[in-house]
Write a protein that binds this ligand. Structure first.
Ligand SMILES: Nc1ncnc2c1ncn2[C@@H]1O[C@H](COP(=O)(O)OP(=O)(O)O)[C@@H](O)[C@H]1O
Ligand SMILES: Cc1cn([C@H]2C[C@H](O)[C@@H](COP(=O)(O)OP(=O)(O)O)O2)c(=O)[nH]c1=O
Length: 219
């Protein structure tokens, strides 16, 4: 019997807590005997990691930024995500296309219709060009921009996005809210302004409710 692959993306402004919980989810799936592909965007392949280094560090205009995000995504889908899903893996991806709409679209103010067109070109399914590859579930860590800034102040050296002012992240958060409104069935919104253990409890519950993790395996 073939196992169905699962594609889960994790979203939220920088410092929202995605990385903190993705590793625990991977462990929960692995303890069930599932093979997990843990990956991230921009990045996930040698080429896409090179594009990541450029886009996080070098100054460029918003179109260039959007094109590089989708170029990295194209390679990532072809080399990592599609093969992993075909094998039946659980793919846990730290950010995907919602981030491009939220950061380049709502944060930078770039034309959303151009982003939609790029999404069509890059994400059509190899065997079914009429359909787009989208995550089966997107976990959105929703955290006020001010709280995220406080967490990051002590956590790491900021990159080109992390050094943006709180107003930028409020726009990005609005972008995530719009994306969720457009496709509510795909999203699970997590109230990330809680202690880590409570955020983990809520994240875990989303997967239990989907029937993807049994309650006892994730305790
Ligand atoms: N619920 C939480 N409460 C307080 N600090 C947290 C919480 N979740 C994560 N952090 C801390 O905030 C920082 C950013 O978390 P991280 O998981 O790297 O965010 P992201 O991957 O979304 O950018 C880290 O130092 C992390 O330890
Ligand atoms: C995937 C993606 C990320 N980004 C930005 C968001 C983040 O600031 C940055 C890198 O994301 P991320 O890997 O989440 O960084 P970190 O682990 O350091 O929090 O790239 C975009 O602007 N557009 C995109 O399409």
């Amino acid at each position: 019997m073939s196992i169905t692959g699962l594609f889960v993306s994790f979203e939220g402004i920088d410092g929202a807590g995605k990385s903190t919980h993705i590793a625990d989810l991977a462990a929960a799936f692995q303890s069930l005997g599932r093979k997990v592909t843990l990956t991230r965007e921009p990045g996930g392949t040698p080429l896409a990691e090179k594009l990541r280094a450029l886009v996080l560090n070098d100054a460029m205009d918003p179109l260039c930024e959007a094109l590089l995000m989708f170029a990295a995504r194209r390679d990532h889908l072809a080399q990592v995500i599609e093969p992993a899903l075909a094998r039946g893996d659980v793919v846990l991806c730290d950010r995907f296309t919602d981030a491009t709409f939220a950061y380049q679209g709502y944060g930078r103010g770039f034309d959303l219709s151009v982003l939609s067109q790029l999404e069509q070109w890059v994400q059509h399914l190899p065997n079914d060009p009429g359909r787009l590859r989208q995550p089966d579930l997107t976990v959105w860590f929703d955290l006020p921009a001010q709280v995220a800034a406080e967490r990051l102040a002590t956590a790491r050296v900021p990159d080109r996005f992390e050094s943006q002012p709180a107003a930028f992240f409020s726009q990005v958060a609005q972008g995530y809210a719009q994306r969720m409104q457009a496709d509510p069935a795909r999203f699970a919104r997590i109230h990330a302004d809680q202690a880590k253990a409570l955020v983990w409890r809520d994240v875990r519950q989303v997967f239990i409710d989907k029937g993807w993790l049994p309650p006892e395996s994730a305790a």
